[in-house]
Each structure stands twice: as C-alpha cells, then as structure tokens.
Design a protein around this ligand. Sequence first.
Ligand code: GPU
Length: 834
Amino acid sequence: SIPQPLREIWRKLSASEFTGKEQFQKEVVRHVETTLARSIYNCDDNAAYSGTALAIRDNLVIKWNKTQQHQTLQDQKRVYYLSLEFLMGRTLDNAMLNTGLKDTAREGVSGLGFRIEDIIDQEHDAALGNGGLGRLAACFLDSLATLNYPAWGYGLRYRYGIFKQEIINGFQAEVPDYWLDFNPWEFPRHDVAIDVMFYGTVNPGPRDDHGNIKKVWEGGEIVQAIAYDVPIPGYGTDCTNNLRLWSSKPSGGEFDFGKFNSGDYEGSIRDQQRAETISAVLYPNDNIDAGKELRLKQQYFWVAASLHDIVRRFKKSHRPWKEFPEQVAIQLNDTHPTLAIVELQRIFIDIENLAWDEAWSLVTRTFGYTNHTVLPEALEKWSVPLVQNLLPRHLQIIYDINLFFLQSVERKFPKDRDLLRRVSVVEEGTPQVLRMAYLAIIGSHKVNGVAELHSDLIKATIFKDFVDIFGQDKFTNVTNGITPRRWLHQANPKLSDLIASKVGGYDFLQDLTKLSVLEKYIDDKTFKKEWMEIKLAAKVKLAKYIKDTTQIAVNPHSLFDIQVKRIHEYKRQQMNIFGVIYRYLRLKEMTPEERKKQVPRTSIFGGKAAPGYWMAKTIIRLITAVGEVVNQDEETNCLLKVIFIEDYNVSKAEVIVPASDISEHISTAGTEASGTSNMKFVLNGGLIIGTCDGANIEITREIGEENIFLLGNLAEHVEDLRHQHRFGKDVVMDLKLREVCDAIEAGRFGPEQTYSGLMSALTTGCDYYLVSDDFSSYIATQDLVDEAYKDQDGWATKSITSVARMGFFSADRAINEYADEIWNIEPSKIEPRS
Ligand code: GPU
C-alpha cells in the first residue's frame, strides 16, 4: 500500500552493512563520539566495548530486519520456543564470529589502540537462567538461526538475572545481578504493549453462536507487557531470528493519576512497583518447584503476552483457524509455560468463538512438551485455591480439559477408578493441586525427554499411565546438544583452528560430524604435540585466572579435575569432595618416596546453590574448608590443591571448559536427565569420569568405552539399593567412606557441627543419593584416571579420538530432529541483498 516512488526513495536511502577495517573503525568512532558523547580523551576499555558493540550491532540489525521481512513475506510455519530461562552469556564475541567480522574487528580496534580480548571482557553476562535448562534454550536459538529455521524465542526480561555468588568466610552469599545498565543487544518495542489480566471474576454473559451462555472473565487487575527484542544471529548465514522478552509495567502509564491527584502519591508508586515486580527477578531454583504466587504470575504474564502476540500475527495472514497448527508450532521448555495450553483454548472459545472440540484439536496439534527431569521435587504443582484466585477462568477450563480427558480414559479403560485417580490433573489432598506435567502431556501432540535413558525412564515411571492411554508414538526422545560455535570455536579458538587445518576448513562448525576426519591423524606425532600444547595453554590460562582471583598458585602440569554445575545433592559434589579428602588422607600417610610416584592433581569446583538449599550450601562450605586445609599443607600441596571458583557462569565456563583433563558427571544413575556440560568438555578434548546416567551413556556409545571412565551402580538397581538402605539390616558403611567421615567428624575441616546435615544424610537419612554405594567404585576409577594420565601419549589418543566422534552432540542435530519429528517446519534461506 506504500506508493512506488516512496518505496524507491526508501530503498535508495536504506542502511547498508559496513565492510572492511576502515569502515568498521569509522563506525566505532562515530558511535563513541555521537551515541556515547565521548572522545579519544575519555575512551576507556568500557567505552571501546560500547562503541564496538554498537558498530557490530548495526550490521546485525540490518540482517535481522531483512530476515524478519523475508519470513513475513514467505508466511511459512514458524516455531515459537517458550522458555522462562535463556542463559545467553555474552553476545559481542559470538556476534562477531557468527557474522564473520571478528578479524576485521580485531584489526580495527587494535588500530584504535585497544585489544579485542579486553573489549570482549567488558561485557556483562546476560544471565537469565539457572543452569542446563536455560543454556539449552540459548544453544537452540543459535542452531535455529544457523540452520535458517523461522523461529522466535519468548521469555521474560528479568531486571535481575541469576544472583552473583560471593564466597564469604567459605560460605555462599548472594548479591543481586543488575545487568541492564548498558545493554545494546535489546530493542524496546513500546508499541508492542499487551494488557494481561489477573484475579477478577467469571460471570455469565450473552449466548454464543452455539447457543451456550458465554463465560466472561472481568474486573481483574491489569498489567502491561512491553516487548524487548533481541537479535539472534546464525553462523555463516544472514538469518537473524528474534528473541522477544516481556517486561511488566502498570497499564495506562507510569502511575495512577487519580491516586496522585487525590494526594496518594505513595500509593500510585506502590501500584507501579507491584506491576514491575512481575518481571523483576529470575527465580534462582534449579530442579526444584517452590510454588510461589509471584512465580505463577510470571508464568501467566509471559504466556498470555506471548500467545496474544502469536495469535495476532496469525490473524494478519487472514487464514482460516483450521490452518493454525500448519502455521504455528509452540514448544514448551519444561512445564513452566503449560498455562499456554489453557490460554490458547481460552482465546479460541471465549474470544474467537470456536467450538470446544475444534479449538482443542487445534491446541493439541500446536504444542509440544519437553520434560527435563524425573526428580519428584522438581515436578510443578500449583495449588487449586491459588489458581482459583489468580486465574478463575483458567481453572474452569482446566477442569473441563481434565473432565473430557478422564471421560476418554474411562471409555478406553472402563471402571479403572485407580487409573482415573492416578492420571487426573487434579491431585486430591489439602489443598488440591494441579499436576502441570499431566496437563502438558494432555495438551500436546508430542512429549520428549532429553537423552535416551531419560526418555525411557519417563515412559516407564512418571508418565507410564499416559503411555498406556495415548500410545508409544506420542512419546519420543531428542537427545540434547550444544552449539559448537560458542563451545568450541569461541571458547577455544586455537583448537578450532587446529581442527580446521586438518578437516578442510571450518565447515565442521556447521556439520559437526566432519570431526570424524580427525581420526586419520591419531598417529601424527606433530599433530598430537600441537593438540596437547593447546590443552596446556588452556590450563595455563585458567591457572592465571585462578591466581588472579584467589591468589592461589596451581600447577598447570597437574591433572585438572573439574566439576562445574549447579550444586545439588543428586549431582553429588559431596562424593567428589569426599574423594578429595580420601586422596589427601592417603597422601598424608605416604613416605616421600611414595609421594614422588603420585600424579599431581588440581580439583576445581564451581557452581551456585539455590539460596534456600541448606544442604547444597553445606557442600560448598565443605569444599572451601577442604581447600583451606589442603592448599596450606606443605607436605602435600604440590600433589593436591582444591579450588572453588566463585560465581560460575557462562563466560567463566568458556575459560574453564577448554582447560579440563577430566571433568566429573557423577550423578546418581537415573537422576540427571541429560547433562550438557559433559558434551562441552569432551568436545574440548577433556575426558570424563561419570556414572551411567543421562547423556553420558550416549557419549560412551559414540566415543567408545575405552575413552571414558565409568563408575557406579546402574539406574535399574537404584530402587533396590534405596530399599536396602531403608529396610535392610546392618548395612555397614564402606570403609573408605568411613575414614572420610571420621576425618570430617574429628574436625579436621573446621567445626564438625557445620557438616552434621551432610553426615546425617548419609546415615540416618538413608543416603538417598547412594554415595556410599558408589564411593569405592569412584575411588577405584579415580585410580585408573591417575594411571592413564601417566601415559600422556595414550591420553592424547583418547582425547583426539573422543573429539573426532562427538559430531552427534551438536545442537544442530537436535534442532533438526525437533524440526522434522515435532514441529514440521522447513528452513528458509535469506538471500543476500541484491
Ligand atoms: N534442568 Br527440571 C535444569 O537445568 N533445570 C531444571 O529446573 C530442570 C532441568 C536440566 C537437567 O537437570 C539436565 O540434566 C539437562 O541436561 C538440562 O536441563 C537440559 O535438558
């Protein structure tokens, strides 16, 4: 509808991307001088970062606009990835690499008197996530854009991301992470403002086209959702997708002028803060359901705004409703967005006047649900009275969904009343609660787990009845993956370059199976030497970081043994630190002669504990206390050091991951759904010590049993072992573990009361995570690690062979599986502008 001459003028004036060093420098200086109002005289590293980011951003935005126009014009099916967490980390380096501008930028800033590394280091992490689940969402966005899929992410724009961890006197303290001071990567869309209602009542309204009395939800409190858009560049493609994050504010302006004019200034500000609280803070829990009302508000706020946006976009195409599932796929990242199912059904029946059955058929064909855990304490349950109060109309719809579902179960399995009780969305009790995973299954056409073992386990345990009801085909597996762009090319450029020199360039970054060519070089002495030198350089870099931040010197030639992830009893950092104590006790007993034969080791830990998770915090305290003792012990400290890296996050992971010799993935079998850092470490040439759990099993299958150190009991034995702990008589604790407990209880690592919770979990607490059952296997396997490490050539062979066989674990492979088997979407290449 825009007249042709006007189009011509706009086309002529249209912004174009800079190319080459000089143009880049010009853009940086222009941004420093005009956007930032600074000059050569006060341009520090931080201002240089801002200028560089803004210059790179300009090119990104041009690609982004082009992509969005292209996708709108094509009007193909899109996928919407709904996740309460996107753990993006830093953007600048990734944006430069993905758009091919890194070399230009390096030379450019150098010519302006800066080092690109220092500039990259200025950026604050975007830490809108807790751990694996949030980072997976970020890796998936990278793959979706790289593979040219039309895709949007939807999330919340938290003002405070995951807290910053400080270690004070050996204990974790939490400090707020205000990260929005300068964020060039987001674009506020004040014109995209959506009203979201809470509370209110449901009243009878007029009759609808089908003759039924309509239900009208009204009189509630209204909060506005404002869109903030973040460009997501693909690697080696112009495709730049959108991540839309919602921020909350009071509806109808900054504050209530009525209240203000009547003298209630404070009241008007309070209302404003109340609205803004919704998107204020990320809940810092990983694998645990806390059931707080504000969290439910966050979930509905985000889901309602996203669904409104998606439906509005669909309506612009003037297609009939029956085409909705042919245009829209929505993936639920865990049960956090399950209300989206209810909200879409509400939009269809209450607002768009579709009949229930037609609406429900569209809804179920639209959604897919990914489960990320079998841990019972992590399965979301919302109290019925809470939902009744906050979302009264949604509760009615949930009851109807449940009723129709149970009626269908009754038809299929007549009179099995216990089955009806077991699969009902409403769990009886005081109060009644809604089982969100069941609602997610009923409202989706596919349900997937995130690794083979995990997907088998959910079918055999928590969702078994639903497999009987819906059949096998509804349940599937998509093993997680990681983006090789960030986790190899960006984090470990030297290794990426060496690999590229052998496998014929950087194509492996878009087809990770090309790594297999590396196996040809297993006997190439110079290649092996270069390989091990790169590993050593990464260890030196981490050692320097440790020295700079903790003042502790670690030997880069020692075996670096790393466990970095959220602190959780099921991940068993306690078993690791008990193993360290056991090692220390042995070293203390040895003669100087014996000590000479030992392999020096540096045990490195990192990870946050949920602020209310007392046991996890005790584990951190034990690790830091063991460090205080061991690192000072002149007799042994050339053979053993213990480091706790404060405030583990994505940008630190990029330094830590390339530096491991061994990393630990030692969860109780059957508890870690997948794990993704296991993949990152192996892709960087580190070996693994781990249990037969999550993706460790598939990693073993790909790289070969000879290249991984497996330990411990199998998932199929866990139930029996737990039973044994609870009801078996005279279970004697493993002697090695007894020795460790004795040392702790003797106060060798500070007052033993500090650890009483940890100790009693092992004994009177029935050792739910089976540390005592796996401990001797763990110690024996660590001995095998030491032996293997003495043979550096053999170690290099394992390392290279493993990397060569890691192609399967690219997030690109995972995304292609989702696209083909769940979303039914096609890639669409953005043509370079003529
Ligand atoms: N995961 Br549930 C989280 O990081 N947070 C959660 O709240 C839940 C799961 C993780 C799993 O623990 C991990 O095994 C998996 O690799 C990851 O999600 C991505 O699927």
